[in-house]
Design a protein around this ligand. Structure first.
Ligand SMILES: *Cc1c(COP(=O)(O)O)cnc(C)c1O
Length: 414
């Protein structure tokens, strides 16, 4: 740090230089984020000073957070949205951490109760590793979560469309299973697991079922075709919590995630291990993972959800799906065989692992495109977010064709 501060003008010159190194999203088809809606930006600025970790000081912003959770509960088909509980988080990772934290607490709570009832505590039982069942497509945040809570991650098999096989999930359950994860819009393919079946399994085995809808939460509810294969909400009786990210397809600012628990009372008792006394704040207790939390993200999310409404989100999703269909046809036009997309994520095989990486690198180095690769299947992956246009796709496909036709290109970047 300088001894004396420098001028605002100089600082902003510096900031511009940093900003010019960042993307403006123009050629980005690797990210699940996009530019926030202007309404979200305006609301964000207005609430930039607010901290919902200290609720007594920001009663209005906390009221707004409650309403966002209620809107999310309605979107997730809760039959009594006021019974739901939840809050804004920094995104899918934090929401998933809280969901699993809750699962582990519930399990330990039940175990403590049973052991107390039996009047004896088995020493061996303490050393047993608890486990969590996830689809093999689970987001990498679950690797962190397994480490954090010392859990064994049991990865259930996928069918040929990259949706989890319910029989495989069920076969992995034992007396040390704390819960089941289902995904509504997996990160690599955008596919939805058979949540209805998972719900039945969860109920039969008396286990909580968390749905990771970080990406799909603002996509699937807005598809024109609503059928039982793309349902994942609280109308399925086994679903106990859902995460969905306003900072992905919700057009809010970063960081904005949402975690919703079906039942506030369940949350209250089983989260007692998170819940702590907060002696120097305006509240008595805090049961969120993080302390200070941005009310600006709440305001941005509230504003954009209210502004767009269902109709606005439906239009945006329709736009992204139209782009996806357009890209699909274009790729077929250059003799590739893309996977039929579930939503606005396109996966296309272009050869083996090395060839796939080579093509991704060349697209970046020669033409400035950011796309990614899938690991579950060796392929290129493109996310068609609202900032992408048909003109971008035309150019992208030309560039891709050029690279496919010029095998001797050398690309060493990234
Ligand atoms: C993006 C994503 C996450 C992680 O969300 P962050 O906001 O990056 O923490 C979790 N799960 C799924 C399915 C995702 O697509």
């Amino acid at each position: 740090m300088h001894e004396q501060g420098i001028s605002e003008e100089e600082i902003f010159e510096e900031l511009e230089r940093f900003s010019s190194l960042d993307t403006n999203f123009k050629k980005v088809m690797s990210s699940m984020c996009t530019l926030p809606h202007p309404i979200a930006i305006r609301a964000h600025q207005r609430f930039i000073h607010t901290n919902i970790g200290d609720p007594g000081l920001f009663i209005g912003t906390c009221e707004m957070e409650k309403q966002v959770i209620e809107m999310a509960a309605v979107l997730l088909k809760h039959d009594n949205p006021k019974e739901a509980a939840g809050h804004l988080t920094s995104g899918g990772t934090e929401s998933n951490i809280e969901a699993v934290y809750h699962m582990k607490n519930r399990f330990m709570h039940a175990k403590d109760t049973n052991e107390n009832d039996a009047g004896a505590r088995s020493e061996n039982a303490k050393d047993v590793k608890l486990n969590l069942i996830v689809p093999a497509t689970a987001h990498f945040s679950f690797e962190k979560i397994a480490n954090m809570f010392n859990l064994q991650l049991r990865k259930a098999e996928l069918d040929s469309t990259y949706r989890v096989v319910p029989r495989s999930v069920e076969s992995k359950i034992d007396e040390n299973t704390i819960g089941i994860i289902g995904i509504a819009g997996n990160t690599e393919f955008g596919e939805m697991d058979p949540i209805g079946k998972l719900s039945e399994i969860a109920i039969k085995n008396n286990l909580p079922l968390h749905i990771d809808a970080a990406f799909g939460g603002f996509v699937y509810p807005f598809l024109k075709d609503q059928n039982e294969l793309n349902q994942f909400g609280f109308d399925l009786p086994g679903v106990t919590s859902v995460s969905l990210d306003p900072h992905k397809m919700g057009f809010s600012v970063i960081p904005a995630g949402i975690i919703v628990f079906k039942n506030a009372s369940v949350l209250d008792t089983s989260l007692d291990r998170i819940k702590v006394k907060t002696p120097y704040l305006t509240s008595n207790y805090q049961s969120t993972l993080t302390g200070t939390r941005p009310g600006s993200a709440v305001a941005a999310t509230y504003a954009v959800m209210k502004y767009l409404g269902r109709e606005g989100y439906q239009k945006n999703v329709a736009y992204c799906l139209d782009l996806t269909e357009y890209l699909f046809q274009k790729l077929i036009g250059i003799k590739l065989k893309p996977k039929f997309p579930a939503i606005n994520i396109m996966v296309v095989e272009v050869g083996g692992v090395q060839q796939t990486t080579h093509i991704r690198r060349c697209l970046r180095e020669q033409f400035g495109w950011y796309i990614s690769e899938t690991k579950t299947k060796v392929a290129l992956r493109l996310v068609l977010m609202p900032h992408v246009t048909k003109e971008d796709i035309d150019q992208f496909v030309l560039d891709l064709k050029y690279i496919l036709d010029n095998e001797d290109l050398e690309c060493t970047c990234c």
